[in-house]
Design a protein around this ligand. Structure first.
Ligand SMILES: Cc1cc2nc3c(=O)[nH]c(=O)nc-3n(C[C@H](O)[C@H](O)[C@H](O)COP(=O)(O)OP(=O)(O)OC[C@H]3O[C@@H](n4cnc5c(N)ncnc54)[C@H](O)[C@@H]3O)c2cc1C
Length: 378
């Protein structure tokens, strides 16, 4: 019997395991794929501040540095926010995940590849390993099995489809501005947006996410045609993104959820790497205190309150934008541009933590014309 089993060897599951093992706990991981980090289903954009605060070393997976973003309303009104210094990094997600895997192996953590969780009954995990059924007994289960989490389906089956969007992304050759990401609030990307994230001036990750009842591949084709982009496609991928409200409870008996499985992703952008890694720390700290000091596993919910506060704000902003008709989004862009939002965000913007600048917005008289929208958002 294992002390702790983590389901899913994505960055969040691996980091949770590394934290536990470093504190002397016995932990193993099961992973359905035979290679860590594949298939790649991510644009790989992460904030520099998030990396710094987490002490993340991305030397092996570094691809590009980003100085800002160009945001486009449905009819093409542009908000351009560019900082003097880089604010975000583009990583190679395969190499990024592999770096966590190497760290886990260094800690002697056993990662059982080609092993898929099928079901859970209390302390028993029903697995399919290399085509054979297997039963595994464990003390604590951590569901880090991503957006379509089986662990979450077992412990919280009530989660509905409206909490997800469906994404499709290509990696393509073309001509790009290597310093800026582009974000389009486009009719083909209802529920989120379309993006262009440059790796350099000749390769970018171009994608969109849309409501679950739409076909994101068809929509991306329409978007690319509309934009008149001339592209030579190198890769394609498709996956869901969680954009739901943060879950108030992530502890179900001996089972905890973390990362995409526990909705640790920003509803405004779908970005889940930084929030997931922050939650991984809360998750492992909780388990360590439970085993060493007999603290309750439900303390995990309290430890997540700071992360959840930011995620809830992302969710409110997204819900407000989603509630607006096309014309109203255009109006909002125009109003925000006139009020000087570009200059404000150049100085105060924070990709991960809206609470770090919303207070300043309320205290900035130039932006008071946006107050009615702001109050509805937050
Ligand atoms: C198109 C797209 C673009 C994105 N772009 C960004 C971005 O730019 N920046 C950002 O921060 N985030 C982005 N995200 C989100 C980001 O990819 C996720 O938030 C992140 O991968 C979450 O990590 P995780 O470890 O929780 O889950 P995952 O990385 O999904 O890892 C889960 C692991 O669990 C395994 N697993 C699943 N089910 C089982 C099972 N039953 N048994 C065993 N193993 C299982 C999977 O194989 C996988 O290895 C994007 C997502 C998509 C789809």
């Amino acid at each position: 019997m294992s002390m702790i089993t983590i389901v899913g060897a994505g960055p969040i599951g691996l980091q949770t395991a590394i934290n536990l093992k470093k504190n002397g706990l016995d932990v193993d991981i099961i992973e359905e794929h035979r290679e860590i980090g594949k298939p790649v289903q991510c644009a790989g954009l992460i904030s520099k501040t998030g990396c710094k605060e987490l002490g993340l070393n991305i030397e092996e997976s570094f691809v590009n540095e980003i100085k800002g973003a160009r945001l486009f309303s449905p009819s093409g009104i542009e908000l351009s926010i560019k900082k003097k210094e880089p604010i975000a990094l583009v990583v190679d997600r395969y190499k990024f995940d592999q770096a966590f895997y190497k760290k886990a192996l260094k800690e002697n953590i056993q990662v059982q590849l080609s092993t898929k969780l099928i079901d859970i009954r209390k302390n028993s995990l029903f697995l399919e390993s290399h085509g054979h059924g297997e039963l595994k007994k464990t003390g604590i289960i951590v569901g880090a099995d991503g957006v379509s989490s089986i662990v979450r389906h077992v412990v919280a089956p009530e989660i509905q489809q409206e909490n997800f969007v469906h994404a499709y992304q290509i990696r393509a050759k073309g001509i790009f501005n290597p310093e800026m990401v582009e974000v389009y609030f486009d009719e083909n990307a209802k529920g989120l947006f379309a993006w262009i994230i440059p790796e350099n001036n000749s390769i970018a990750r171009i994608g969109l996410a849309t409501q679950m009842n739409e076909n994101p591949a068809d929509n991306l084709k329409k978007f690319v045609e509309k934009k008149g982009l001339v592209l030579d496609v190198l890769d394609k991928s498709s996956a869901m993104i969680p954009i739901g409200k943060p879950m108030q409870n992530l502890v179900f008996g001996n089972t905890l959820l973390v990362g995409d499985a526990g909705f640790h992703a920003k509803a405004t952008t779908g970005g889940g790497i930084i929030a997931g890694l922050q939650a991984a720390k809360a998750c492992s700290d909780t388990i360590i205190a439970h085993i060493k000091n007999r603290k309750k596993l439900s303390d995990y919910n309290k430890k997540l309150s700071k992360i959840n506060k930011e995620l809830a704000m992302h969710w409110k902003i997204k819900s407000y934008l989603n509630s607006l008709e096309k014309q109203k989004i255009d109006d909002f862009f125009l109003k925000a541009k006139k009020a000087g939002i570009e200059e404000f965000l150049q100085e105060h913007g924070d990709m991960d933590n809206p609470s770090r600048f919303t207070g300043k917005m309320l205290r900035s008289p130039k932006l008071w014309s946006l107050l009615p929208d702001l109050l509805k958002m937050i």
